[in-house]
Design a protein around this ligand. Structure first.
Ligand code: SAM
Length: 277
């Protein structure tokens, strides 16, 4: 059951989580083993689906003996894809208990429970071993965490010297208006959004080097617009399956993200860096 009292639930992507189980039931997959491919339409809460997770696997050169930290694992989609494809171990940290519980159940059903440890907690204070992860991945999570000094120090402390991080996240492309700030806070639970230059400085200050940033804004602007169009085109079927309130909530969220990208105020970054000591 979704706990709507949590402040992050103003972001409507995180409400009506039961839609995942309903969708699986509609496909006759309400129980028993699952393949990770059965879930890709609903468990990748970022832009570009598993194709971008494959790019991360390749860029990081992940190997079966590695231990990867996934920060803000959501429903566990990226973690399962990496575990299945690479054969490595993953610790998947997720703040929201309803998402974490569902992620864990889906991982068990995909028979990946031996490789993935789902850990419910805030990345800022959940217990993590020191200097023990070979790599860190994170999709669209940093935007939720204003205290970048604490966050990047934590990430730096968790990974081995020479370990790499791979982050996809929002950045500000101009000075943000009050209206955009309010929209980010309410619809995206994002209370602080720096420029790419500030992002880089914060990573350097935490001890990361060889920082590479790729501007994802054009790709993401197209992706979110297509996502909204596809969602609207399937409205009748979606409402019949999940009901009007769930449709309205997700429609509000998808449309808000399109407005943010179309305004040019926010953009997207793909970031790679190495932990130095
Ligand atoms: C947009 S979702 C992306 C989920 C997943 N990375 C994916 O791409 O499918 C971001 C996730 O980060 C989680 N999150 C936000 N703040 C967090 C924190 N402080 N510690 C751990 N997880 C956090 C949210 O609960 C949410 O599930």
């Amino acid at each position: 059951m979704t706990d709507l009292s949590s402040p992050i639930k103003t972001m409507k992507l995180y409400t009506h989580v039961e839609r995942v189980e309903r969708e699986l039931a509609a496909q006759g997959l309400n129980q028993g083993p699952l393949a990770t491919e059965d879930l890709v339409a609903m468990d990748q809460l970022h832009y570009g689906g598993v194709a971008v997770v494959d790019e991360a696997i390749e860029q990081l050169g992940l190997q079966s003996g590695d231990h990867v930290l996934d920060v803000g694992a959501g429903l566990g989609g990226p973690a399962r894809h990496i575990a299945k494809k690479v054969g490595c171990a993953i610790t998947a940290v997720e703040l929201q208990s309803d998402l974490n519980t569902l992620a864990q159940q889906l991982t068990e059903r995909c028979q990946l429970g031996d490789q993935i440890t789902h850990q419910c907690g805030d990345i800022l204070d959940t217990p993590l071993p020191s200097q023990s992860f070979d790599a860190l991945v994170s999709w669209l999570t940093v935007l939720h965490i204003p205290d970048r000094d604490a966050l990047f120090s934590r990430c730096h402390e968790a990974i081995k010297t020479g370990g790499q991080i791979y982050i996809e996240d929002f950045c500000a492309q101009q000075v943000l208006s009050r209206e955009v700030k309010d929209q980010l806070a309410e619809d995206v639970f994002c209370h602080y959004l720096p420029s790419s230059a500030q992002y880089e400085q914060d990573l350097l200050a935490a001890g990361f080097v060889s920082i590479e940033m790729e501007n994802m804004s054009p790709d993401w602007t197209k992706f979110v617009s297509m996502r909204l169009a596809k969602f609207q085109a399937g409205a009748d079927e979606f409402v019949a399956r999940h009901g009007e309130p769930t449709y309205r909530a997700l429609h509000h969220f998808y449309r808000s993200i399109v407005r943010l990208f179309d305004s040019g105020a926010i953009g997207g970054l793909r970031i790679q860096a190495v932990a130095a000591r």
